[in-house]
Write a protein that binds this ligand. Structure first.
Ligand SMILES: NC(=O)c1ccc[n+]([C@@H]2O[C@H](COP(=O)([O-])OP(=O)(O)OC[C@H]3O[C@@H](n4cnc5c(N)ncnc54)[C@H](O)[C@@H]3O)[C@@H](O)[C@H]2O)c1
Ligand SMILES: O=CCCC(=O)O
Length: 492
């Protein structure tokens, strides 16, 4: 049992309409520590009726909440930001416990999650419209942004706190009420967030957290999609699930935001600052052991620095300290489950069978636990390999040699995904050519870590649509109403 300064942050029931409710469900699901495999908690697998009730309370709350002043919403968001920062150590421990990531990364995630509440506390006051002159000189048009209504938030396991925060903050700022369903493996961070949101003054029904098992998730997903009350779903997760939700939402023509899978290329030109590029490529590839949607999946290195890059890259990977995320000094912890390891192994074996050269063999670390896996690094990777075409979402560094910028651009774009890309070069022509023509929602130049509440986060192609964070983030939670004022020059 992890010791917290504030034990109230650990909750074992759903949070609905401002209350911790006792589920009547006869079914439960278990949450395990992926590092020790020990049971953390057993939670109720809520019934369909209970989820419907939670949606209904969001609707009732919305009818009042939509009239609140943005200044009041900003105050609640700021309170929540302050409370998260006050509880940063406890909240980080909860993430490490249920997700496995290193405590330092978990602290980083909590501060990152908090930054969305701080950012949208300000943006709540900046929901602007336009004044437009239509053809008829006697009329004026003004646009007015209104909250879309009740929003369903569906979140993945890899950032148990930040992904929910990135949705809740703009939704609340816009005047929407929300119902969040966390991943069954990492629900405690969302419950802790609900606890703090309540303390921060969020009115009942503005932020509900419901709990369902893995087995009940598809039925709950369908319920969200077909609900006439929920006006929008914001989903972060894999592309196949995103496509399913989109199909299911057609009967209600629901507005959707889709933050889906990636297959990020990192491009290192001959003229890049090599040591910096190596360090940043490592950070991008191995943050949370490769379990981030923006992490480097394919590392393209220009021929002139290929051998040198590979050498420097593996030297750094050899110095990783793998262990339980709570242990001081550990740089890389465990993966979420054994399915994640199976995927890494599959991509590694596939690449080797097709001619990739093994620089570091990596592999399972059973002495540490079933979810521990030492990173592998391969080079001479080619376009026919799974690691180039699919998201590995794990600790496999795959390095590919390229000759020209035209060639690497073609390879980078030859994928259905388009989330993040990284370019390392000191030449402005290379930088601009790649930044303009890369088919991805986000391009990071000369840095491996770039996400921030102030920047628009989102993808193109099958990595989804919608933007989170930034001045655009609220737009996903509003509808534009146009109001035409007629006969305005008539003076009776
Ligand atoms: N673009 C982004 O911002 C972003 C951020 C983080 C993760 N991701 C992507 O998420 C994936 C990894 O996360 P994951 O394995 O949790 O993804 P996933 O798609 O398996 O699950 C995401 C969430 O959806 C739920 N879910 C699964 N099936 C559902 C259904 N039928 N109806 C409703 N909900 C359902 C899961 O329980 C989970 O809570 C990767 O592909 C990663 O790239 C994207
Ligand atoms: O996993 C995707 C989110 C990563 C981030 O926002 O930094």
């Amino acid at each position: 049992m992890v010791q917290l300064k504030n034990p109230d942050l650990i909750r074992s029931t759903p949070f609905v309409n401002g209350e911790w409710i006792t589920s009547k469900s006869t079914k439960t699901f278990k949450v395990f520590d992926p590092a020790t495999e020990e049971l953390i908690i057993e939670l109720p697998d809520q019934t369909r009726e209970e989820i419907e009730y939670a949606i209904e309370t969001c609707h009732i709350a919305y009818e009042k909440f939509k009239h609140t002043s943005p200044y009041e919403r900003a105050k609640w968001l700021r309170n929540l930001y302050n409370l998260i920062i006050e509880n940063v150590d406890d909240l980080a421990k909860i993430i490490t416990w249920e997700n496995g990531k290193c405590l330092t990364d978990a602290i980083g995630e909590i501060k990152y999650a908090a930054s969305y509440f701080e950012w949208f506390a300000e943006e709540a006051k900046r929901i602007y419209g336009h004044t437009i002159q239509p053809q008829n000189q006697n009329n004026k048009v003004i646009t007015y942004k209104q909250p879309i209504g009740v929003v369903g938030l569906l979140c993945p396991f890899n950032f148990p706190s930040a992904m929910g925060a990135r949705k809740l903050a703009p939704a609340f700022a816009a005047g929407c009420t929300t119902i969040l369903k966390p991943d069954f493996q990492t629900p405690l961070s969302s419950l802790a967030l609900a606890y703090l949101a309540h303390e921060a003054g969020f009115p009942p029904g503005t932020f509900n957290v419901v709990l369902v098992s893995q087995a009940s998730t598809p039925e709950m997903g369908l319920l969200f999609c077909e609900s006439k009350i929920i006006k929008k779903i914001s989903f972060t997760g894999s592309t196949p699930v995103g496509k399913l939700l989109m199909k299911q939402s057609s009967s209600t023509l629901k507005k959707l935001s889709m933050e889906l899978g990636g297959n990020a290329p990192v491009i290192i030109f001959d003229d890049a600052k090599l040591d910096w590029a190596v360090e940043q490529a490592i950070a991008s590839k191995f943050r949370s052991l490769g379990q981030t949607c923006v992490c480097a999946n394919r590392i393209y290195v220009q021929a002139g620095v290929y051998e040198k890059f590979n050498q420097k890259f593996i030297e750094k990977v050899k110095h990783f300290k793998i262990g339980n995320g709570f242990e001081p000094g550990v740089t890389h912890a465990c993966l979420i489950n054994d399915r994640a390891i199976l995927k890494v192994e599959d991509h590694f074996k596939d690449a080797v069978s097709k001619g990739a050269k093994v620089l570091i063999a990596g592999g399972k670390l059973p002495a540490l636990g079933k979810n521990f896996y030492a990173p592998s690094v391969i080079c001479d990777v080619t376009n026919d390999m799974k690691v180039v075409n699919e998201e590995t979402f794990g600790p496999l560094g795959a390095i590919i040699k390229f000759e020209t910028k035209e060639q690497v651009l073609h390879w980078c774009n030859d994928t259905p995904f388009g989330l993040a890309s990284y370019v390392f070069s000191e030449n402005l022509n290379n930088i601009w050519y790649m930044s303009e023509y890369l088919e991805s929602g986000m391009v990071a130049v000369n840095t491996g870590i770039f996400t921030d509440a102030a920047m628009p986060f989102g993808g193109v192609k099958e990595s989804g649509f919608g933007r989170e964070g930034s001045m655009y983030g609220i737009d996903d939670y509003t509808v534009v109403k146009s109001i035409t004022l007629g006969n305005i020059y008539h003076h009776a």
